[in-house]
Design a protein around this ligand. Structure first.
Ligand code: HEM
Length: 484
């Protein structure tokens, strides 16, 4: 490097340093923030966190600073909420959406999606019928494995993806359809990216800044995959446009397109094509791997705990299935109220696996006074779910998988306010009702038709997530579905 280049580089470095320093010091001093460890310029508190076990770091910090504290990921300020009381206060009692989901503002679309997912009159078939249809296809696919050792990842991935496809596009796909397989692959890859410890920090905190372009990692693949999913959705939307009969909408896209027509003269309307593609992509991305990972983890837990399996399958659970449903009809969601043991088992699976330990990042939408602190507009909030789902006051021995956590002394299902795998408040999971329906109907249909047999010694089964990150994905394993 010649002296001229050297001087220019040094000057450039100084300017960048000054910009960062100003940003950092401004951000650090602003407002009356909750306490927290002192951050370093540029890197914030990153060196004080164990990125391989970030939950343990969050827990240690909560012991030191209490249930609300401030951290810096680089120059980005994050306020962590740790524990049931503080989450409830922020997400429910505060209750006016000030702790909103990060960067999203399309309220009308969110309300519409919620209504449509609850709507039982979309076309001729209810959402429950669509899930039941898929559950039967799933059972048939599993029957074809003829009781041989099988890795369930693929089959258990197809079923929830197809349910969303059926709701969005009217039709399910065959499990060997090329377009469907490609879609599943894109969704799976993105879920894996999200499950690395750095990924969500990078995507959520930096995705709106140029910094992301210079960071190493798989986020570029992530964005490319999202674009491909959007293209897939756009093709389906174009097909729907040609065939639309607004008096007889068959699926989510039909309902949306009809709404778009109704609102075409309303300048405030959020119902445009761009938002339709974004909403369709969101539902696919948020509703596929979440449910399928829960199913996979659930079966693994049943294999790992033969005592629970015998209870789940032979004693109360199989009895419950035989007593309430029998063998000659498909399970339906209204059976759940008469099946406390299965219901408790499914809740315990969701509690124990803690699928989304950190929740999604939220942000305060305006300067707010919260407890004795002032949180400036834009502050990122991590309302952690893990400390609530694993709270030992509510769930004795939280690290033990035990459906009794959700049963009372009389064997009746016991609700818990601490059960919040879907988060709580205005921005909680849009698909909660659908996911609960799928989990109940899929698990029950499987147990109604098969005995689950581990390959090898159940004591050897590892439950350790393959990816220790923002989403818990179960390890790969095999099992036998032995027809009953
Ligand atoms: C076991 C299954 C599932 C779990 C554990 C789960 C969990 C979550 C969590 C924790 C959030 C973040 C909520 C917050 O920020 O406060 C979320 C958001 C979301 N979920 Fe789910 N989810 C599941 C299934 C589904 C399904 C089946 C769908 C689709 C139909 C879905 C659609 C969404 C959407 C669209 C959002 C974003 C909400 C928004 O933009 O306001 N989820 N989910």
């Amino acid at each position: 490097m010649n002296p001229w280049e050297l001087t220019t580089t040094a000057l450039l470095a100084c300017v960048i340093f000054l910009i960062f320093w100003c940003q950092w010091s401004q951000g650090f001093k602003r407002g009356k923030l909750p306490p927290g460890p002192t951050p370093l310029p540029f890197i914030g508190n990153i060196l004080q966190l164990d990125m391989k076990n970030i939950l343990a770091s969050f827990s240690q910090l909560a012991e030191k600073y209490g249930p609300i504290y401030t951290l810096y990921f680089g120059t980005e300020r994050v306020v962590v909420l740790y524990g049931y009381d503080i989450l409830k206060e922020a997400l429910i009692d505060q209750g006016d959406g000030k702790f909103s989901l990060f960067k999203k503002t399309w309220k009308q679309i969110q309300r519409f999606s919620l209504m449509t997912l609850r709507n039982f009159g979309m076309g001729k078939r209810s959402i429950e019928e669509r899930v039941q249809e898929e559950a039967q296809c799933l059972v048939e696919k599993l029957r074809k494995t003829k009781g041989q050792p099988t890795d369930p990842t693929f089959i258990l991935g197809c079923a929830p993806c197809n349910v969303i496809c059926s709701i969005l596009f009217h039709n399910r796909f065959e499990y060997n359809d090329e377009k469907f397989l490609n879609l599943m692959n894109l969704l799976k890859e993105n879920f894996q990216v999200l499950s690395s410890p750095w990924a969500q920090v990078r995507l959520e905190l930096f995705s709106y800044s140029v910094v992301v372009l210079y960071l190493p990692g798989k986020h570029k693949q992530f964005s490319r995959n999202i674009e491909e999913i959007k293209t897939f959705a756009l093709e389906r939307v174009k097909e729907h446009h040609k065939m639309l009969d607004p008096s007889n909408p068959q699926d989510y896209i039909d309902c949306y397109l009809s709404k778009m027509q109704q609102e075409k003269d309303n300048p405030q309307s959020e119902f445009d094509l761009e938002n339709l593609i974004a909403a369709t992509t969101d539902l696919l991305a948020a509703g596929t791997e979440t449910t399928s990972s829960t199913l996979r983890y659930g079966l693994l837990l049943i294999l790992k705990h033969p005592e629970v399996q015998s209870k789940v399958q032979k004693l109360p659970c199989l009895q419950e299935i035989e007593r309430v449903i029998g063998r000659n009809r498909a399970p339906s969601i209204k059976d759940r109220q008469d099946m406390p043991y299965v219901d408790a088992g499914v809740h315990e699976i969701q509690r124990f696996i803690d699928l989304s330990p950190f929740n999604l990042a939220h942000a305060v939408t305006q300067d707010i006074q919260f407890q004795k602190y002032v949180l400036p507009k834009g502050t990122t909030i991590f309302p952690l779910l893990s400390p609530v789902l694993w709270d030992s006051k509510e769930f004795p021995n939280p690290d033990q998988f035990d459906p009794q956590h959700f049963l009372d002394k009389n064997g009746k299902f016991k609700k818990s306010d601490y059960f919040m795998p879907f988060s709580i408040g205005k921005r909680s999971c849009l698909g909660e009702g659908l996911a609960k329906m799928e989990l109940f109907l899929f698990f029950t249909s499987i147990l109604q038709n098969f005995t689950l047999k581990p390959v090898g010694d159940p004591n050897e089964i590892s439950l350790k997530s393959n990816y220790v990150g923002f989403i818990n994905i179960p390890p790969h394993y095999q099992l036998c579905f032995v027809p009953l």
